[in-house]
Design a protein around this ligand. Structure first.
Ligand code: FAD
Length: 506
């Protein structure tokens, strides 16, 4: 041991979000003799480590956990309710922090609200937990043969604890789906019809809802694994290479300020879609596709109020999903290249009169996520000398919507109004396009491909072409243009990479 760190392990995992945790889980299951160290730059904010902060019952303790996840400048203003998000200000969501500068370049659209979480569990301690399956062109064609992708997605469901019935008691969610289906389902195959949103949420024995975070992905088997260690407040500054292959990492203890080296033949970089390429770049691993094909899902929101419903009035809530929430899914198709996440609230994003009682579950927040027209020029680049608040190479985002993107956004605006009118009376005049980066679903920056042709960073097992033993994980690996929430797909891809390492260590 050197300080809080082992000197030598079989596998180092950089980052403790759902993707890194999937590696730890599969290795614990399939290579129980392997030594695994997970290093996380942020603090532990929940118990068990990586647990979703929404499971913290006390609001003050929950807010404290969110603040401690908000990176070096923690504690600034955040947007709370869906109404606040709609205001379109450059403010982060609770538990996240924004890229301070370099988020846009002259005459480009940029990603003004590109965000991160720094805590054990990563964004997975703060997410909404929607886990839809990709469809049509969202799917990764080269993994589609012989059911490979579907088997991996099923493993992703298992690791994340995905269910479809957690909100079945929510009022009117059946009615919302019925009204949406009436205008959407015609001509669609059954798996692409309006349905309950699969969610990484389950009901506990005491009847309360529990959101899955990395704690669920890690599972008891990883926590009980004596060869697994998780060290928080630990910044991985670079991957060490010997003859071009992984030989370990350099890590800075953010508590003591000391730097240590850990030797390892396998290094998994699961440091989110913007910071994974940062770690590779800082290590001198700079393939042509690194940071490129960056894509975010432009998000459009609208709100309606269910018509013809009656019930008691709800207390004006904080906008968080509650027992009265329902979450419905309008799946992506190539014909309608948007993914619909339809949430029911008991609070309105538009101020309503105080004497206007809100029937619980009757406010319907509609969100459409658009698939991006992929371009190599959309990228996160890194500065040679300037550094960020952690001392890592500073980011420069290059990001531009194409004519095709603008056409899809225009179609999505029409579609969301159509859906809003189908479920009830619109509360808004016009749909609102959230600032770019709001989806928190950044992808493509360490993308997977079938050959080392300059358009991908890693092979179909997530191993970096030019650096054997270095694996990449997270949304950055996804090579397709998706509109659906990406975490399930990322975890599925992580399962495949982890199995590959487990085979080698067996
Ligand atoms: C409010 C919110 C709602 C969301 N809703 C959904 C949803 O409904 N469905 C969905 O699919 N996705 C959703 N997301 C996105 C989802 O949380 C992410 O897709 C998911 O967490 C990505 O997992 P990851 O492990 O790749 O990255 P992360 O969870 O971001 O974890 C990466 C970790 O790496 C650490 N790290 C970074 N650099 C270093 C370094 N150099 N050294 C050590 N550690 C490092 C970070 O601190 C972080 O903890 C949401 C996110 C938020 C914030």
């Amino acid at each position: 041991m050197s300080g809080r760190y082992p000197d030598d392990v079989d596998v180092v995992i950089v980052g403790s979000g759902p993707a890194g945790s999937a590696y730890a889980r599969i290795l614990s299951e399939q290579a129980p003799l392997a030594t695994v160290a997970m290093l996380e730059v942020g603090p532990t904010v929940s118990d068990p480590p990586g647990a979703h902060v929404k499971n913290i019952a006390d609001p003050d303790a929950r807010r404290d956990a969110q603040r401690r996840s908000e990176g070096p400048g923690a504690g600034g203003d955040t947007v709370g309710s869906p109404g606040d998000v709609k205001a379109g200000e450059r403010r982060p969501r609770p538990g996240t922090f924004l890229l301070e500068d370099g988020y846009t370049q002259p005459e480009e659209d940029g990603l003004p609200v590109a965000a991160f979480s720094s805590n054990v569990g990563g964004m997975g301690a703060h997410w909404t937990a929607a886990c839809p399956r990709p469809g049509d062109s969202e799917r990764i064609g080269f993994l589609d043969g012989e059911g490979v992708l579907d088997e991996l997605l099923a493993e992703g469901d298992r690791l994340l604890g995905v269910t479809a019935d957690a909100f079945d008691a929510a009022p009117f969610s059946g009615l919302v789906r019925e009204r949406l289906a009436a205008v959407v389902d015609d001509g669609r195959p059954s798996d692409r019809r309006v349905q309950r949103m699969p969610l990484a949420v389950h009901r506990r024995d005491d009847g309360r809802l529990a959101w899955s975070g990395s704690d669920v992905v890690l599972g008891d088997i990883t926590r009980a694994n004596p060869r697994f260690s998780l060290v928080d407040d630990s910044l991985v500054t670079r991957i060490l290479l010997a003859n071009g292959a992984a030989s370990g990492v350099e890590v800075r203890d953010r508590r003591s300020g000391e730097t240590h080296e850990i030797t390892a033949r396998h290094v998994v970089v699961a440091a989110d879609a913007l910071r994974s390429p940062q770690v590779l770049w800082a290590s001198g691993i700079r393939p042509a596709a690194l940071g490129r094909y960056l894509n975010d899902q432009t998000q459009i929101v609208f709100a309606s109020r269910l018509r013809d419903v009656a019930g008691g009035s709800a207390p004006r809530g904080d906008g968080a999903l509650s027992e009265t929430s329902g979450v419905s899914w309008v799946p992506f198709t190539d014909e309608l290249p948007f993914h619909g996440q339809i949430m029911q609230w008991d609070t309105s994003p538009i101020p309503l009169a105080d004497d206007d009682p809100i029937v619980p579950g009757s406010i319907v927040g509609l969100g459409l996520f658009c698939a991006k027209d992929l371009q190599a020029s959309d990228r996160v680049a890194f500065h040679e000398t300037a550094v960020d608040a952690y001392g890592m190479p500073a980011m420069r985002i290059h990001y531009t919507l194409t004519d095709c993107d603008r056409a899809v956004i225009a179609r999505a605006k029409d579609e969301i109004v159509r859906l809003g009118c189908a479920v009830g009376e619109p509360l808004d005049g016009d749909p609102f396009v959230l600032p770019l980066g709001s989806s928190l679903h950044y992808q493509g920056t360490v993308r997977m491909g079938t050959s080392d042709d300059g358009a991908s960073v890693c092979d179909p097992f997530s191993e970096v072409w030019e650096a054997p033993g270095v694996f990449v994980a997270g949304n950055g690996v996804i090579p397709t243009s998706t509109a659906c929430n990406p975490t399930l797909t990322s975890v599925a891809l992580a399962v495949r990479g982890a199995r590959r390492i487990a085979e080698r260590l067996a």
